[in-house]
Ligand binder design. Structure first.
Ligand code: PLP
Length: 380
């Protein structure tokens, strides 16, 4: 059976050139912390990637700390803000990825941090006037943690505006940029945010490699201790081949961004049109059908019937999609995001489905999905 992959927001396939770069780098086996030439060769490999990332984001290389993934980066930033920078209050939203949401919950339960949740509106938008109001209501040291693009519905946050609001009100700002690094042009010299996170496997790089952007002036401390690696901010011998793979994937993603964006936007428009034509009364969650207000790499449908097994049924037809975010895709429980957006009636009578694209997705893939959805709808 020809299999179709439409779950690129969960993870993306490695390209051949990323695999080749990684395999090649494995021959450079030295420990980057060793001062001899074997070590220094490995060190050069990772420092080249650090420079590439820093140039792309318009920050300095010392502000890029390699980690194992987006989850680790988010954990490190949030926990250290509380435990080392004296943050007493976190303002966030109920729409964050679990690795942010659960870390903040832990800070609330164990570290007695005050947490304020900004309730999104029916479209999943975070009210920025409310953010300002809450920021002005207390002079407790505050961290604002709001994601750039929502991984389930794709809603985009104006992080430039949020960063300015935070700066004006003396708050730190962390944004989970896992779904946007290498997909959108990010210039952190213009966006005054303090912290951001990245995961290589979201843009055709390997799993097990990511980074945290930590603004130099922040004073963050490590989550993992035991060595001086990563300017003492993340102990542990670096994952050299993972970092090289991340660098290659980022390099290609940036170089081809215009071409990839144009292709994927066309695929997304096509998917929306074809699904609308095939499934009467289909709706879209959040802003995901709005090309301006949502990330071009995904669309989140609301099918007009209740089919909790939709993911499995599509998988049996060779099509991989997601019913929730990657972490909860195997779970039948609705995600927090869907619980915020849908009322009880919609929960019982409709089915959310996330379809996410890459530069290798084709219109034929979408046609196959539409046929499969029609069959599932008809067979009910
Ligand atoms: N944040 C967002 C928005 C994500 O989509 C994901 C992955 O699904 C993560 C964080 C976690 O990243 P990682 O899989 O690298 O731990």
């Amino acid at each position: 059976m020809h299999k179709i992959y439409l779950d690129n927001a969960a993870t993306t396939p490695l390209t051949d050139e990323v695999i080749a770069a990684m395999v090649d780098s494995m021959k450079t086996f030295g420990n980057p912390s060793s001062t001899h030439s074997f070590g220094q060769e490995a060190k050069t490999l990772i420092e080249n990637v650090r420079r590439l990332i820093a140039e792309a984001l318009k920050v300095s290389p010392g502000e890029i700390i390699f980690t194992s993934c987006g989850t680790e980066s988010n954990n490190m930033i949030i926990k250290s803000c509380v435990r080392n920078l004296g943050v007493e209050r976190i303002i966030t939203s109920p729409m964050e990825h679990k690795c942010v949401a659960e870390t903040i919950q832990e800070m609330k339960n164990k570290d007695k941090v005050e947490v304020v949740y900004l309730r999104p509106d029916k479209n999943g938008d975070i009210p920025l006037d409310k953010l300002e109001e809450v920021l002005k209501s207390s002079d407790k040291k505050t961290l604002v943690s709001l994601m750039h693009a929502n991984n389930e519905i794709g809603n985009l946050l104006d992080i430039e505006k949020v960063a300015e609001i935070c700066r004006e009100n003396g708050a730190l700002f962390h944004s989970d940029t896992v779904q946007t690094v290498a997909h959108l042009d990010l210039d952190f010299s213009k966006i005054p945010l303090d912290f951001a996170s990245c995961s290589a496997h979201k843009f055709h790089g390997p799993k097990g490699a990511g980074f945290a952007f930590i603004r130099k002036s922040s004073g963050l401390k490590p989550l993992i201790t035991g060595g001086g690696q990563e300017r003492s901010l993340r102990a542990g011998t670096e994952n050299v081949s993972g970092i090289v793979g991340m660098g290659k994937a980022l390099e290609r993603g940036l170089e081809k961004m215009k071409e990839y964006v144009a292709h994927i936007q066309e695929i997304k428009r096509y998917a929306i049109d074809e699904i609308k034509a095939a499934i009467p009364n289909v709706q879209f969650n959040g802003h995901s059908a709005d090309m301006e207000k949502s990330l071009y790499t995904l669309v989140n449908l609301r099918l007009p019937f209740f089919e909790p097994m939709i993911g499995m049924k599509l998988d049996m037809k060779g099509i991989a999609v997601s019913q929730g975010s990657a972490c909860s895709s195997g779970a039948s429980k609705p995600s927090m995001v869907m619980m915020m957006l849908l009322d009880d009636e919609e929960m019982k009578t409709t089915t959310p489905l996330r379809i996410s694209f890459s530069h290798s997705t084709t219109k034929a893939d979408i046609d196959a999905l539409v046929v499969a959805l029609k069959e599932i709808a008809a067979g009910r």
